[in-house]
Design a protein around this ligand. Sequence first.
Ligand code: PMV
Length: 318
Amino acid sequence: GRVPVTSEEHFAPSNIALCKYWGKRDTQLNLPVNASLSVSLGYLGSHTRLVPIDYSADEIWLNGDRLLPSAAFSQRISAFLDLFRAPGQCHFRVTTRNSIPTAAGLASSASGFAALALAVNDSFQLGLNTEQLSVLARLGSGSACRSVFKGFVEWQMGQREDGLDSHGVVLPETWPGLCVGLIKVDASVKSTDSRSGMKRTVETAHLYQSWPLQAAADLQQLRRAITVGDFTLLGQTAEHNALSMHATMIASWPPLVYWQPESLACMQKIWRLRQEGLPVYFTMDAGPNLKLLFERDQLEELMRHFPDMEVIQPFGDD
Ligand code: PMV
């Protein structure tokens, strides 16, 4: 292979799935059971740079702190870099800066591996196109394949065994008034990571059998909602999809319950607000935090109800 050089600093946005990726058909290659669809979070994400170094191991820095080589995140990054270098060929200083507020309770693996894939492409001068970069990012973390793009992104599951057709594709539509509100319920709880959570669900939840059908139907509805700009359809479908995913998690054994009491209290508050006529929906991932979906017109009203909420406008120009 080529001799790697110092890369530029590369940025990739975080993303929130409206139709979730849950379950792998290939655990080595992170090939999904179902297609998924997300919206990227604008300026919130990861900035990553690679510097080749003369040491005998990689040096991983996250937000200004050096991580222990034994940390799970360091090992995942080194394993990813191993895909591109000959054994013992070289090591890197990897510096990642997340603009995701730690208080937001968002996972950073999607933006982290997408930014790393961009930096690897630069450092090894691979000259890959965005689809190929998305395939690479997917090898680091499934949802990272959607973080190579801005806006609405569909992860096409693909057919091939080598996974070369399993990558993100950007949708042409934008939605200028769309808002995502991040509500941190409790980021201190250590939840089961998505890799082992998916494995457990696929292996033990009979309910999981119905998931691929539900996800396929939801994806169709979301595409339609985005094409015609139907916010109710978008919100309903996203919330229903997230709750269906959580149903398969809860139906696993041992049970996989990512919710905290405050998560449910927050859901009930949203259902109440909706009954009172406020168009707001939520989605949740493999953790206790909620992500609200609403339109710009409702921002002030929602800030009154959730004063600590961090708001992102995925299609805003900030
Ligand atoms: O990319 P992973 O392995 O961290 O999985 C992400 C899984 C969910 O966040 C729960 C859903 C999704 O599509 O992002």
